[in-house]
Design a protein around this ligand. Sequence first.
Ligand SMILES: Nc1ncnc2c1ncn2[C@@H]1O[C@H](COP(=O)(O)OP(=O)(O)O)[C@@H](O)[C@H]1O
Ligand SMILES: C[C@@](O)(CCOP(=O)(O)O)CC(=O)O
Length: 308
Amino acid sequence: MTNPLFYAKIILFGEYGMIEDSQGLVVPYSFYKGTLKFSDLSSEFELKSNRHLQKYSEFLTALDLSDDFKLDIESFKNDISNGLFFDSNIPQGYGVGSSGALVAAIFEKYSISKLNPENISKNNLKKLKAVFGEMESYFHGKSSGMDPLICYMNLPILIENKENLDRVNIPEGEEGKGAIFLIDSGITGETGPMIQIFFEKMKTEGFRKTLKEEFIRYNNACIESFLKKDMNPFFRNLKKLSHWAYEHFRPMIPESIFNIWKKGLDSNAYYLKLCGSGGGGYILGFTKDYAKAEKMLEGFQKEVIYRF
Ligand SMILES: Nc1ncnc2c1ncn2[C@@H]1O[C@H](COP(=O)(O)OP(=O)(O)O)[C@@H](O)[C@H]1O
Ligand SMILES: C[C@@](O)(CCOP(=O)(O)O)CC(=O)O
Protein backbone atom coordinates (compact mmCIF):
# COMPACT_ATOMS: atom_id res chain seq x y z
CA MET A 1 0.00 0.00 0.00
CA THR A 2 1.35 3.45 -0.82
CA ASN A 3 1.26 6.07 1.87
CA PRO A 4 -1.23 8.89 1.33
CA LEU A 5 0.23 12.26 0.38
CA PHE A 6 -0.70 15.46 2.19
CA TYR A 7 -0.45 18.70 0.29
CA ALA A 8 0.51 22.19 1.35
CA LYS A 9 -2.26 24.77 1.60
CA ILE A 10 -2.74 28.41 0.84
CA ILE A 11 -5.01 30.67 2.85
CA LEU A 12 -6.24 32.87 0.00
CA PHE A 13 -8.27 34.92 2.49
CA GLY A 14 -8.90 34.80 6.23
CA GLU A 15 -5.54 34.72 8.04
CA TYR A 16 -6.05 36.12 11.55
CA GLY A 17 -9.67 36.96 10.76
CA MET A 18 -10.52 33.27 11.03
CA ILE A 19 -9.26 33.06 14.60
CA GLU A 20 -11.87 35.71 15.29
CA ASP A 21 -15.01 35.20 13.23
CA SER A 22 -14.32 36.20 9.64
CA GLN A 23 -14.85 34.13 6.54
CA GLY A 24 -11.91 32.25 5.12
CA LEU A 25 -11.04 30.61 1.82
CA VAL A 26 -8.32 27.99 1.91
CA VAL A 27 -7.09 25.83 -0.98
CA PRO A 28 -4.71 22.87 -1.25
CA TYR A 29 -1.41 23.59 -3.00
CA SER A 30 -0.11 20.42 -4.61
CA PHE A 31 3.30 21.87 -5.52
CA TYR A 32 4.52 20.77 -2.05
CA LYS A 33 3.63 17.57 -0.22
CA GLY A 34 4.54 15.21 2.59
CA THR A 35 3.94 11.65 3.76
CA LEU A 36 4.78 9.56 6.85
CA LYS A 37 7.53 7.03 6.19
CA PHE A 38 10.00 4.74 7.92
CA SER A 39 13.75 4.92 7.49
CA ASP A 40 17.02 4.14 9.25
CA LEU A 41 17.21 7.89 10.02
CA SER A 42 20.62 8.18 8.39
CA SER A 43 20.02 11.68 7.02
CA GLU A 44 19.94 14.75 9.20
CA PHE A 45 16.47 15.72 7.91
CA GLU A 46 15.01 12.31 8.78
CA LEU A 47 16.57 12.28 12.23
CA LYS A 48 15.39 15.80 13.01
CA SER A 49 11.89 15.01 11.81
CA ASN A 50 11.80 11.82 13.91
CA ARG A 51 12.88 13.83 17.00
CA HIS A 52 10.15 16.38 16.34
CA LEU A 53 7.62 13.54 16.18
CA GLN A 54 8.93 12.14 19.45
CA LYS A 55 8.37 15.44 21.25
CA TYR A 56 5.01 15.90 19.56
CA SER A 57 3.87 12.44 20.69
CA GLU A 58 4.38 13.52 24.32
CA PHE A 59 2.09 16.47 23.75
CA LEU A 60 -0.52 14.24 22.09
CA THR A 61 -0.41 11.83 25.04
CA ALA A 62 -1.55 14.61 27.33
CA LEU A 63 -4.24 15.87 24.94
CA ASP A 64 -7.73 14.78 25.89
CA LEU A 65 -9.56 14.34 22.58
CA SER A 66 -13.23 13.32 22.53
CA ASP A 67 -14.00 9.62 22.05
CA ASP A 68 -14.86 9.85 18.34
CA PHE A 69 -11.49 11.36 17.52
CA LYS A 70 -9.10 9.46 19.78
CA LEU A 71 -5.64 8.58 18.51
CA ASP A 72 -3.70 5.36 18.96
CA ILE A 73 -0.75 7.05 20.65
CA GLU A 74 0.94 3.81 21.66
CA SER A 75 1.20 2.67 18.08
CA PHE A 76 2.41 6.16 17.04
CA LYS A 77 5.15 6.03 19.69
CA ASN A 78 6.08 2.53 18.67
CA ASP A 79 6.41 3.59 15.02
CA ILE A 80 8.54 6.57 16.05
CA SER A 81 10.95 4.26 17.83
CA ASN A 82 11.07 2.21 14.60
CA GLY A 83 12.18 5.20 12.51
CA LEU A 84 8.98 7.02 11.54
CA PHE A 85 9.50 10.50 10.05
CA PHE A 86 7.52 12.98 7.95
CA ASP A 87 9.02 12.97 4.47
CA SER A 88 7.98 16.39 3.26
CA ASN A 89 9.18 19.12 0.93
CA ILE A 90 6.73 21.65 2.36
CA PRO A 91 8.95 24.52 3.51
CA GLN A 92 8.72 25.09 7.25
CA GLY A 93 7.73 28.53 8.49
CA TYR A 94 6.66 29.64 5.01
CA GLY A 95 2.93 29.96 5.66
CA VAL A 96 1.99 27.02 3.45
CA GLY A 97 1.12 24.65 6.25
CA SER A 98 3.99 22.24 6.97
CA SER A 99 2.64 21.59 10.48
CA GLY A 100 -0.91 21.32 9.14
CA ALA A 101 0.10 18.57 6.71
CA LEU A 102 1.92 16.74 9.49
CA VAL A 103 -1.12 16.90 11.80
CA ALA A 104 -3.40 15.66 9.00
CA ALA A 105 -1.04 12.77 8.20
CA ILE A 106 -0.85 11.71 11.85
CA PHE A 107 -4.61 11.90 12.27
CA GLU A 108 -5.21 9.87 9.10
CA LYS A 109 -2.81 7.13 10.21
CA TYR A 110 -3.52 6.92 13.95
CA SER A 111 -7.15 7.93 14.52
CA ILE A 112 -8.93 4.95 16.02
CA SER A 113 -12.33 5.36 14.35
CA LYS A 114 -11.64 5.95 10.68
CA LEU A 115 -13.43 8.76 8.86
CA ASN A 116 -13.70 8.97 5.12
CA PRO A 117 -12.79 12.50 3.93
CA GLU A 118 -14.97 11.97 0.85
CA ASN A 119 -18.26 11.66 2.67
CA ILE A 120 -17.67 13.38 5.96
CA SER A 121 -20.77 15.28 7.19
CA LYS A 122 -20.83 19.04 7.64
CA ASN A 123 -21.23 18.55 11.38
CA ASN A 124 -18.21 16.26 11.57
CA LEU A 125 -16.18 18.75 9.52
CA LYS A 126 -16.83 21.31 12.22
CA LYS A 127 -15.83 18.87 14.97
CA LEU A 128 -12.75 17.79 13.06
CA LYS A 129 -11.65 21.39 12.65
CA ALA A 130 -11.82 21.81 16.44
CA VAL A 131 -9.83 18.59 17.00
CA PHE A 132 -7.21 19.73 14.48
CA GLY A 133 -7.08 23.13 16.19
CA GLU A 134 -6.15 21.40 19.47
CA MET A 135 -3.62 19.12 17.80
CA GLU A 136 -1.96 21.96 15.88
CA SER A 137 -1.81 24.30 18.88
CA TYR A 138 1.40 22.48 19.87
CA PHE A 139 3.22 24.12 16.97
CA HIS A 140 2.11 27.69 17.32
CA GLY A 141 -0.29 28.28 20.18
CA LYS A 142 -3.88 29.07 19.22
CA SER A 143 -4.86 27.52 15.90
CA SER A 144 -8.11 27.63 13.97
CA GLY A 145 -7.47 24.06 12.79
CA MET A 146 -7.97 25.12 9.18
CA ASP A 147 -4.55 24.08 7.89
CA PRO A 148 -4.78 20.41 8.87
CA LEU A 149 -8.42 20.30 7.78
CA ILE A 150 -7.59 21.42 4.24
CA CYS A 151 -4.72 18.95 4.02
CA TYR A 152 -6.89 16.17 5.33
CA MET A 153 -9.78 16.93 2.96
CA ASN A 154 -7.58 17.89 0.00
CA LEU A 155 -10.35 20.23 -1.21
CA PRO A 156 -10.97 23.99 -1.15
CA ILE A 157 -12.93 24.95 1.95
CA LEU A 158 -15.02 28.05 2.60
CA ILE A 159 -15.25 29.05 6.23
CA GLU A 160 -18.46 31.02 6.76
CA ASN A 161 -17.73 31.75 10.42
CA LYS A 162 -16.49 29.85 13.48
CA GLU A 163 -19.50 27.55 13.37
CA ASN A 164 -19.99 26.90 9.65
CA LEU A 165 -17.71 25.64 6.97
CA ASP A 166 -18.08 23.51 3.88
CA ARG A 167 -16.47 22.43 0.63
CA VAL A 168 -16.54 25.07 -2.10
CA ASN A 169 -15.88 25.20 -5.85
CA ILE A 170 -13.16 27.63 -6.87
CA PRO A 171 -13.88 29.19 -10.30
CA GLU A 172 -11.92 27.32 -12.93
CA GLY A 173 -8.66 29.10 -13.84
CA GLU A 174 -8.17 30.43 -17.39
CA GLU A 175 -5.13 31.34 -19.44
CA GLY A 176 -5.83 35.06 -19.06
CA LYS A 177 -3.55 37.97 -18.26
CA GLY A 178 -4.36 37.95 -14.55
CA ALA A 179 -2.67 35.84 -11.89
CA ILE A 180 -2.43 34.97 -8.23
CA PHE A 181 1.19 34.36 -7.27
CA LEU A 182 3.50 33.78 -4.35
CA ILE A 183 6.56 35.92 -3.62
CA ASP A 184 9.36 34.45 -1.54
CA SER A 185 10.40 36.90 1.20
CA GLY A 186 13.67 34.98 1.57
CA ILE A 187 13.32 34.44 5.33
CA THR A 188 11.32 32.03 7.45
CA GLY A 189 8.61 33.27 9.78
CA GLU A 190 7.42 31.86 13.07
CA THR A 191 3.69 31.53 13.47
CA GLY A 192 3.63 31.48 17.31
CA PRO A 193 5.19 34.92 17.92
CA MET A 194 3.10 36.46 15.11
CA ILE A 195 -0.10 35.19 16.68
CA GLN A 196 1.07 36.61 20.02
CA ILE A 197 1.55 40.03 18.41
CA PHE A 198 -1.95 39.74 16.97
CA PHE A 199 -3.50 39.00 20.35
CA GLU A 200 -1.49 41.80 21.94
CA LYS A 201 -3.01 44.18 19.37
CA MET A 202 -6.45 42.73 20.05
CA LYS A 203 -6.24 44.09 23.61
CA THR A 204 -6.72 47.58 22.16
CA GLU A 205 -10.30 48.58 21.49
CA GLY A 206 -9.36 50.65 18.43
CA PHE A 207 -7.68 47.67 16.79
CA ARG A 208 -10.59 45.34 17.54
CA LYS A 209 -12.93 47.88 15.99
CA THR A 210 -10.97 48.38 12.78
CA LEU A 211 -10.39 44.64 12.44
CA LYS A 212 -14.09 44.00 12.65
CA GLU A 213 -15.36 46.98 10.70
CA GLU A 214 -12.71 47.17 8.00
CA PHE A 215 -10.39 44.16 7.71
CA ILE A 216 -13.10 41.53 8.07
CA ARG A 217 -15.46 43.47 5.79
CA TYR A 218 -12.87 43.72 2.98
CA ASN A 219 -11.80 40.12 3.53
CA ASN A 220 -15.35 38.78 3.25
CA ALA A 221 -16.09 40.99 0.24
CA CYS A 222 -12.96 39.65 -1.51
CA ILE A 223 -14.09 36.07 -0.95
CA GLU A 224 -17.61 36.75 -2.18
CA SER A 225 -16.51 38.53 -5.37
CA PHE A 226 -13.72 36.02 -6.11
CA LEU A 227 -16.12 33.10 -5.92
CA LYS A 228 -18.50 34.94 -8.27
CA LYS A 229 -15.60 35.90 -10.55
CA ASP A 230 -16.72 39.48 -10.18
CA MET A 231 -13.28 40.92 -10.82
CA ASN A 232 -13.88 44.68 -10.48
CA PRO A 233 -15.29 44.60 -6.94
CA PHE A 234 -12.72 41.92 -6.19
CA PHE A 235 -9.76 44.18 -6.98
CA ARG A 236 -11.42 47.18 -5.33
CA ASN A 237 -11.70 45.31 -2.03
CA LEU A 238 -8.30 43.70 -2.44
CA LYS A 239 -6.72 47.14 -2.59
CA LYS A 240 -8.47 48.10 0.65
CA LEU A 241 -7.38 44.84 2.27
CA SER A 242 -3.79 45.34 1.16
CA HIS A 243 -3.78 48.91 2.40
CA TRP A 244 -5.31 47.91 5.74
CA ALA A 245 -2.63 45.25 6.28
CA TYR A 246 0.08 47.74 5.32
CA GLU A 247 -1.15 49.98 8.14
CA HIS A 248 -2.11 47.43 10.80
CA PHE A 249 -0.14 44.23 10.14
CA ARG A 250 3.27 45.90 9.86
CA PRO A 251 5.11 43.48 12.19
CA MET A 252 3.85 40.63 9.98
CA ILE A 253 5.23 42.11 6.74
CA PRO A 254 8.85 41.04 6.16
CA GLU A 255 11.18 43.98 5.66
CA SER A 256 12.30 42.77 2.25
CA ILE A 257 8.68 43.09 1.06
CA PHE A 258 7.82 46.47 2.49
CA ASN A 259 8.73 48.60 -0.52
CA ILE A 260 7.12 46.38 -3.12
CA TRP A 261 3.95 46.20 -1.00
CA LYS A 262 3.70 50.01 -1.17
CA LYS A 263 4.68 50.06 -4.84
CA GLY A 264 1.73 47.81 -5.62
CA LEU A 265 -0.67 50.08 -3.75
CA ASP A 266 0.69 53.22 -5.42
CA SER A 267 0.77 51.85 -8.97
CA ASN A 268 -2.32 49.60 -8.80
CA ALA A 269 -0.33 47.12 -10.89
CA TYR A 270 -0.69 44.40 -8.25
CA TYR A 271 -1.73 44.07 -4.61
CA LEU A 272 0.00 42.08 -1.89
CA LYS A 273 -1.43 40.38 1.19
CA LEU A 274 -0.19 38.01 3.87
CA CYS A 275 -0.07 34.29 3.15
CA GLY A 276 -0.73 32.71 6.54
CA SER A 277 0.62 34.40 9.62
CA GLY A 278 3.43 36.34 7.90
CA GLY A 279 6.71 37.44 9.46
CA GLY A 280 8.50 35.70 6.59
CA GLY A 281 7.87 32.91 4.14
CA TYR A 282 5.57 33.60 1.22
CA ILE A 283 3.51 36.69 0.49
CA LEU A 284 0.50 36.48 -1.83
CA GLY A 285 0.18 38.73 -4.87
CA PHE A 286 -2.83 39.42 -7.12
CA THR A 287 -2.70 41.17 -10.46
CA LYS A 288 -4.84 41.80 -13.54
CA ASP A 289 -1.69 41.86 -15.66
CA TYR A 290 0.99 39.40 -14.61
CA ALA A 291 3.46 40.37 -17.33
CA LYS A 292 3.49 43.93 -16.03
CA ALA A 293 3.65 42.91 -12.34
CA GLU A 294 6.46 40.48 -13.05
CA LYS A 295 8.59 43.25 -14.54
CA MET A 296 7.94 45.49 -11.55
CA LEU A 297 8.89 42.66 -9.19
CA GLU A 298 12.10 41.71 -10.93
CA GLY A 299 14.65 40.08 -8.63
CA PHE A 300 12.00 38.47 -6.40
CA GLN A 301 11.36 34.77 -6.66
CA LYS A 302 7.75 34.16 -7.68
CA GLU A 303 5.45 31.20 -8.25
CA VAL A 304 2.17 31.57 -10.12
CA ILE A 305 -0.56 29.54 -8.45
CA TYR A 306 -3.67 30.53 -10.45
CA ARG A 307 -4.35 32.28 -13.77
CA PHE A 308 -7.49 34.10 -14.74
N1 LIG B 1 8.89 17.14 7.98
C1 LIG B 1 8.63 17.45 9.26
N2 LIG B 1 8.95 16.59 10.25
C2 LIG B 1 8.68 16.89 11.54
N3 LIG B 1 8.12 18.04 11.96
C3 LIG B 1 7.78 18.93 11.02
C4 LIG B 1 8.00 18.69 9.62
N4 LIG B 1 7.53 19.75 8.91
C5 LIG B 1 7.04 20.62 9.85
N5 LIG B 1 7.20 20.15 11.10
C6 LIG B 1 6.83 20.81 12.36
O1 LIG B 1 6.07 21.97 12.05
C7 LIG B 1 6.72 23.15 12.55
C8 LIG B 1 6.47 24.32 11.60
O2 LIG B 1 5.13 24.69 11.69
P1 LIG B 1 4.61 26.20 11.74
O3 LIG B 1 5.48 27.00 12.66
O4 LIG B 1 3.15 26.15 11.98
O5 LIG B 1 4.90 26.72 10.28
P2 LIG B 1 4.16 26.37 8.92
O6 LIG B 1 3.05 25.42 9.23
O7 LIG B 1 3.68 27.72 8.42
O8 LIG B 1 5.20 25.78 8.06
C9 LIG B 1 8.17 22.75 12.64
O9 LIG B 1 8.86 23.52 13.61
C10 LIG B 1 8.08 21.29 13.05
O10 LIG B 1 7.87 21.15 14.45
C1 LIG C 1 -2.81 33.22 11.66
C2 LIG C 1 -3.67 32.04 11.27
O1 LIG C 1 -4.97 32.53 10.90
C3 LIG C 1 -3.11 31.32 10.05
C4 LIG C 1 -1.74 30.72 10.31
O2 LIG C 1 -1.28 30.13 9.14
P1 LIG C 1 0.21 29.54 8.99
O3 LIG C 1 0.46 28.63 10.17
O4 LIG C 1 1.14 30.72 8.97
O5 LIG C 1 0.13 28.81 7.71
C5 LIG C 1 -3.81 31.08 12.44
C6 LIG C 1 -4.85 29.99 12.21
O6 LIG C 1 -5.90 30.28 11.61
O7 LIG C 1 -4.59 28.88 12.68
